[in-house]
Design a protein around this ligand. Structure first.
Ligand SMILES: Cc1ncc(COP(=O)(O)O)c(C=O)c1O
Length: 397
């Protein structure tokens, strides 16, 4: 058999409904250009460019030597679940039991498992748009109906509570909220959070509160939707280690939810990944309980980069950029260049050697924008700004 021949075997219908994350495709195209000798600045991928703090790595070595190389319980090692529960008590101020915690490989499976365990075909799920593309992908895969909640540039990429209210009906099964937000860096206010709580509390509507960027906030304090009165009873808190501790490749995340739901989510883990790598879980305890110096230094550096990239983008003809309050993304408006987001993203890579994402990689309401990740060094950000400036000058004449 010729292994390169086109396959005639059938693929499941549901695969036609499953989306993807464009960042990985753009990264592959950028790497292909690099292989041809081009110099590319990478502003496409959402991962800290820093190394994992040393004490976390040391703990993983120690755990390997101590024999943490076996299967563990599907919901996570008891000592890590305890540490996560204590962390949630400390950071969110709500009583939390280890039985509410499920440890998963990266935070992403909290979306998949969380929705699988709560959403039926035909249900409606409200989600932010532009937003992390996996929400819409999983909603569609499950045969549920994605209901986009548009984020507005004029509101620093928050949504209108009236828009949320008008989308809630008897078919609404879940609302996904993400603050600080990917791809815009937008952060919900205390009033926004209070408004959401008023709309959903006590109703049969689950909340998936994606708070993975809660430590990467540059102005003000994180307001946790999960922590509001009544919310832990009907919410799944999504959090993890990838962003705060520069641990993307370790694949370690967790969900916190009512313990009755946690049993189902853990059963999905049993069916799929069995458990998370045992020595990685031990390193997770060191991350949560160890020194915060390197984490604070990373955050201070992201803060400097945010200020530089926002100022730089606003000086480029055809671009304007709202200053985001959190995460490590900017979402500049490029409508004045006269190009679509897809065309602009392609020209940034092909002509300027700057890998960025089209705003539409995050949903239809991302048209007219690009997403740039500033998880790259200041010299590289300067280089990218120079190159984008030259490209935009040629576009806008
Ligand atoms: C909003 C949001 N939630 C969740 C995740 C998933 O994180 P992890 O890499 O831990 O799966 C990401 C990663 O980019 C994200 O941007």
């Amino acid at each position: 058999m010729n292994p390169t021949a086109t396959m005639n075997m059938p693929i499941a219908d549901a695969m036609g409904r499953l989306g993807t994350e464009t960042a990985f495709e753009v990264l592959a195209r950028a790497r292909a250009l690099e292989a041809q000798g081009r110099d590319i600045v990478h502003l496409e991928i959402g991962e800290p460019d820093f190394d994992t703090p040393k004490h976390i790595i040391a703990e993983a070595h120690k755990a390997l030597d101590a024999g943490f190389t076996h299967y563990g319980p599907s919901a996570g090692l008891p000592e890590l679940r305890e540490a996560i529960a204590a962390h949630v008590v400390k950071t969110r101020g709500v009583p939390t039991d280890a039985a509410q915690v499920v440890v998963v490989p990266g935070a992403k499976p909290v979306m998949f498992y969380g929705m699988m365990a709560t959403v039926n075909p035909g249900d409606e799920v409200i989600y932010p748009n532009p937003g992390f593309p996996i929400y819409e992908s999983v909603i569609k895969y499950l045969g549920a109906t994605p209901v986009a909640l548009p984020l507005q540039e004029s509101k620093e990429f928050r949504f209108d509570l009236a828009d949320l209210k008008s989308r809630i009906n008897e078919r609404t099964k879940m609302i996904v909220v993400n603050t600080p937000q990917n791809p815009t860096g937008g952060v919900l206010t205390k009033d926004d959070i209070a408004g959401i709580v008023e709309l959903v509390r006590g109703r049969n509507i689950w909340v998936l509160s994606d708070e993975i960027y809660s430590d990467l906030l540059y102005d003000g304090d994180h307001v946790s939707l999960y922590a509001q009165a009544g919310m832990p009873e009907q919410s799944i808190l999504l959090d993890g280690f990838s962003k705060t501790y520069a641990m993307t490749g370790w694949r370690l995340g967790y969900g916190v939810m009512p313990k009755e739901l946690a049993v189902h989510v853990a059963r999905l883990a049993t069916n799929c990944n069995s458990c998370v790598t045992s020595f990685v879980q031990r390193a997770g305890i060191a991350a949560l309980t160890g020194p915060r110096g390197e984490v604070d230094a990373m955050k201070a550096e992201f803060h400097r980069r945010r200020d530089r990239i926002v100022t730089g983008l606003n000086a480029i003809p055809g671009m304007s950029c709202v200053k985001p309050h959190g995460a490590f993304y900017v979402f500049p408006n490029i409508t004045k260049t006269g190009l679509t987001s897809e065309e602009m993203a392609k020209r940034c890579l092909d002509e300027a050697g700057v890998a960025v994402l089209s705003g539409t990689a995050f949903g239809v309401h991302g048209q007219g924008y690009l997403r740039l990740s500033y998880a790259n060094s200041l010299p590289n950000i300067e280089k990218a700004l120079d190159r984008l400036n030259t490209l935009c000058r040629s576009l806008t004449g």
